[in-house]
Design a protein. Structure first.
Length: 213
């Protein structure tokens, strides 16, 4: 095998799931494919999240001599404080009618979250261009937040393109002048998008007090 393919396969290996014992844990942070009796799964292991998702099923009933696996999500960083959601809603209202953005990051060292505004290059009522903010050592992105000003919260084709390579949660806050804003929230995992039908009630509750316009 040539050197380039060897490097690629080491960075994104494929593992056959054993039948008689659990599949071994990943040796370090990263991604791999699991080939199991019940399909092909993507496994992601990062300091703040561990997850497994099925990405393919077998189209023929051929006997696969491997074990089975299941989807799971382990949010290692824990629950994001509602106060940071309220803080971003206040930012969104202050920027209204323009869009704005921020990251909620988590420190692997201190185990603490913080809200970090992005570096805005340009923004209007329908667009936002920005540079990624600088993180402290040990910090990782957990929630990528942006607002929609006067418009409802939803994920656009531009959002899909921006998010397709990332591993994070994505949050959109819309109707920013309303007493209670609208929310769209999803998990992004290397092109897998899982939208949450309803965000936690606490997010709506704290947002009614977050800098209402």
């Amino acid at each position: 095998m040539n050197a380039a393919d060897s490097v690629l396969q080491r960075s994104f290996p494929t593992v056959m799931v054993p039948r008689r014992e659990p599949v071994g844990p990943m040796a370090s942070a990263g991604e791999r494919l699991l080939v199991a009796e019940n399909g092909v799964f993507l496994e992601i292991s990062l300091p703040w999240i561990s997850l497994v998702r099925r990405v393919a099923s077998f189209t023929a009933p051929i006997p696969i001599p491997y074990g089975r696996t299941i989807e799971h999500t382990d949010l290692i960083c824990g629950r994001v404080p509602e106060e940071l959601i309220a803080e971003f809603v206040a930012m969104a209202r202050a920027a209204y009618p323009n869009e704005t953005g921020a990251w909620i990051v988590w420190s692997t060292g201190t185990q603490q979250f913080r809200l970090l505004p992005v570096v805005i290059l340009s923004h209007s009522s329908g667009s936002l261009k920005y540079d990624r903010p600088e993180l402290h050592d040990g910090e990782v992105l957990v929630i990528d937040c942006h607002s929609h000003g006067r418009y409802p919260a939803y994920f656009s084709a531009t959002d899909n393109e921006d998010d397709k390579h990332d591993i994070k949660f994505s949050l959109v806050v819309g109707n920013c002048a309303s007493h209670v804003p609208s929310f769209a929230f999803r998990l992004c995992a290397k092109g897998i998008f899982e939208e949450v039908e309803r965000v936690p009630d606490a997010w709506y509750r704290v947002s009614t007090m977050a800098g209402a316009v």
